[in-house]
Design a protein around this ligand. Structure first.
Ligand code: 5GP
Length: 188
């Protein structure tokens, strides 16, 4: 048995967040990775819980020091997965990291040897379901919806690079499948 790094990716609206919450609730041997960001905290967000909030200078210093498993820029702010935090957590637990497909593939390419991540892609049963799930999110206007659909199609096109592709048809069944994958990989 060893602690592993599980990276869960998938198009927005596919149910990743709910699945990750379920897994964390049921398995005390799992911890969630906390990312660093340069964006301002939103109301109610706590430093060290939702994110580690850094200044741009602090973030760039960490980039220089090779302190991230991967990092990216979204909406004018930096986001990254801190190596030291993940390393520390993995001394006691397996770690779940929820990031996009590009981030996941970057982790494998840059830090595959040390962290040996298990890449899991969660996909919707079909495009119709994806669209209806995206529409169910009240915040989506027409343009945002189109953008997210295009993004989802791009992510799905990279599925061959994943260790596991799990179709989320039924939430509880999918959670069971993820638990099986986690258990099997711990034994490797
Ligand atoms: P938000 O500001 O709404 O919390 O997140 C904005 C975007 O940043 C989301 O798409 C989220 O998935 C992405 N994000 C959050 N943490 C990380 C990270 O550690 N690395 C990367 N590449 N993206 C992240």
């Amino acid at each position: 048995m060893r602690n592993r790094l599980y990276i869960i990716s998938g198009p927005s609206g596919v149910g990743k967040g709910t699945l990750v919450k379920l897994l964390l609730k049921e398995d005390e041997g799992l911890a969630l990775s906390v990312s660093c960001t340069t964006r301002q905290p939103r109301a109610g967000e706590k430093d060290g819980v939702d994110y580690f909030f850094l200044t741009k200078e602090e973030f760039l210093q960490r980039v220089e020091a090779d302190g991230f498993l991967e990092y990216d820029e979204h909406f004018g702010n930096y986001y990254g997965t801190p190596k030291s935090f993940v390393r520390e957590q993995m001394k006691n637990k397996s770690v779940i990291l929820e990031i996009d497909v590009v981030g996941a593939l970057n982790v494998r390419a840059r830090c595959g040897e040390e962290f040996a991540p298990v890449l899991i892609l969660v996909i919707p049963p079909d495009e119709k379901t994806l669209i209806s799930r995206l529409k169910g999110r009240a915040s989506e206007d027409e343009n945002a919806l189109k953008e997210r659909l295009a993004r989802a199609k791009y992510e799905l096109s990279l599925k061959d690079q994943y260790d596991y592709v799990v179709v989320n048809d039924d939430l509880l069944e999918t959670a069971e499948r993820l638990k099986e994958i986690i258990a099997a990989e711990k034994e490797k």
